[in-house]
Design a protein around this ligand. Structure first.
Ligand code: DC
Length: 210
């Protein structure tokens, strides 16, 4: 019988790294749900929708098509048929996604999409590993294995700085730390789908080295 591994945790905790390793070792299909929220945020940016204009931020969900492709655990994301895997990492998207992903109506639609993607793979007889902020609590609370991955803000900022430096983006430690702490606050205070620590199965990993 197919099974689901769900992983949640704050920015920079190493969810992506752990997901890749586990998927490879156990032959699971990995799904990074942040890519879906980023794709919607990119559509908001491209359509010059004001961040105060909640109505249109919600409405645009009905006018776009978001598709995730997974080949040998390399994920690509398509917005209306265009591969936007690189564009969803642009600073404009980073600055938008925190707000757009906190809107309950947006979350409802993305959650629907996440469940569909998950069930489609399960129907094909695959096992899946899905990472995000609310996978263990909202999207797949019935997952067979649930993990909450965490590290101190300082360790996460160090890791994020190294990742950015490898991409040629140079930010100071203070800038990265402040951005991580701001995102933690946003992620943990969402009205719907807030990041919550699991009370039952709990794994605390301080500083996974990439
Ligand atoms: O994991 P990430 O940094 O790519 O996620 C991008 C944004 O989407 C981030 O602000 C958190 C949000 N997100 C969310 O609210 N729920 C998820 N399941 C995944 C991501």
């Amino acid at each position: 019988m197919s099974y689901i591994v769900a992983i949640d945790g704050p920015a920079g905790s190493g969810k992506g790294t752990l997901t890749k390793v586990v998927a490879k070792e156990l032959g699971l299909v990995s799904i990074d749900t942040g890519m879906l929220y980023r794709c919607h945020a990119l559509a908001v940016v491209r359509n010059n929708i004001d961040l105060d204009d909640k109505e249109n931020i919600i409405k645009i969900m009905d006018n776009i098509e978001i598709k995730l492709k997974n080949e040998n655990n390399i994920q690509t994301v398509f917005l209306d048929g265009e591969d936007v895997t690189d564009q969803i990492r642009l600073p404009e998207v980073n600055n938008t996604v925190s707000l757009t992903s906190s809107i309950p109506e947006v979350r409802e639609k993305v959650t629907e999409l996440e469940r569909k993607i998950g069930y489609d793979w399960l129907k094909e007889g695959k096992n899946i590993i899905m990472e995000g902020r609310d996978i263990t609590t909202v999207v797949f609370p019935e997952a067979e294995i649930k993990i909450y991955l965490d590290a101190t803000p300082v360790e996460r900022a160090k890791r994020r700085m190294e990742q950015q430096a490898r991409k040629g983006i140079n930010e100071t430690f203070q800038e990265v730390l402040e951005s991580i702490m701001k995102r933690d606050k946003n992620d943990m205070n969402k009205k719907v789908g807030a990041l919550k620590e699991l009370q039952v199965q709990y794994i605390y990993i301080n500083a996974i080295k990439l």
